[in-house]
Design a binder for this molecule. Sequence first.
Ligand code: MG
Length: 454
Amino acid sequence: MKVFGSSGVRGLANDEVTPTFAMRVARAAGTAWGAKRVAVGRDTRTTGGMLADAVASGLASVGAAVDRVGIVPTPGLQAYAEREGVPAVMVTASHNPPAYNGLKLIGADGIELARADLDGIEELLDGREFARADWDAVGESRRVEGVRRAYVDDLLGAVDRERIADAAPTVALDPGHGAGALTSPGFFRRLGCEVVTVNAQPDGHFPGRDPEPVAPNLGDLRRLVRASDADLGIAHDGDGDRAIFVDERGEDVEGDAALAALAAAELGPGDATVSAVNVSQRLVDVVREAGATLELTPIGSTNIISRIRELRTEGANVPIAGEGNGGIFFPNYRLARDGAYTAARFLELVAERPTSEVVAPYGGYHNVRENLDYGSAAQREAMLSAIARAAEAADADLDRTDGYRLDYGDAWVLARPSGTEPLIRVYAEARDPDRAERLVDRMVAAAEEATADA
Ligand code: MG
């Protein structure tokens, strides 16, 4: 059974992700770690306390003392793990709807566990061979106060405070009732911003909006930006590791455009950056302009983290990496996605010119997507071989990291089977909408022709 996906374990809380299950994962992780002490944190979900209790019990039963840090953004728990040199378990379903919950495992270096470590824990889970402490050696739980404060202090020391404070921007903040509600308002105030908020009470029912910071959920934030005449709108997901922006006119900033703007400020000649195979042409263009290199991984943050680690081991400088969904790494600060840190780095750019101008060079790209349904395994195979033939015949660079990605220099097209639905997804991006449309059409036509008689 595959328990750990590309971003930990997630599922319907108290249905798929039950206390029993959480305890088993904790016992397996605690056994693999063999650590004397493990930290446990959670986001604001209604089921978070219940699952964190189960995780703490599981850890205590293998003999680990437990630091209960309470509600904290995932990057805040990662900072604690690194500072204390202890592994950690984060109870969160990140951007998933309120009924979901999950677990993220963090190493004693503060970094999410790599695939190989997760596979090892998965084996222990399957074999149900857990360490068991004697009655006088079970772990003790203690409540640790001040973790959020320490996290914010850490952030303040890592960004250009003076530059932001001098500009004294007004920031409209929508932490979406998540863990960032307890840290981001204070952080941006201490940075010298005027802060106005919406959906800023921590609330596991998420009454104002769902935890995912995507355009349909950000109407409140767009209105708040306009009403308060803010310079920047910032939205987080449920566990505060992502940041999505709204410009000073109250219009959405595309995640890919924000990533491109941050990358342009960060990348120099010889640097490397990492993104997933659905990377935007905007980042491709920024990387080329900077004289840097771009490495692509299968979709999912675990894959990106593994590749960053490898590159750094080889001596590369990887100042920025990530995806267009607002999940961005600044590995020289910390190999973790951090919504508050990302937003502060973006504010450094906004201190110089209006948000809309910061991202203007990265606008004007067009994305086209189409889903191909298949009825049977035979149809799926026929489609994929037709796509493979079309990809190999095309006059473009072919990347087989995850599906088929064709890079034409000025545009790209990607065809990959969905991991969760009976679909093959076809995406393309170009400055010219017709070009993107044609690239998708060509791929779709090849696949559909092949299934006509399958
Ligand atoms: Mg998240």
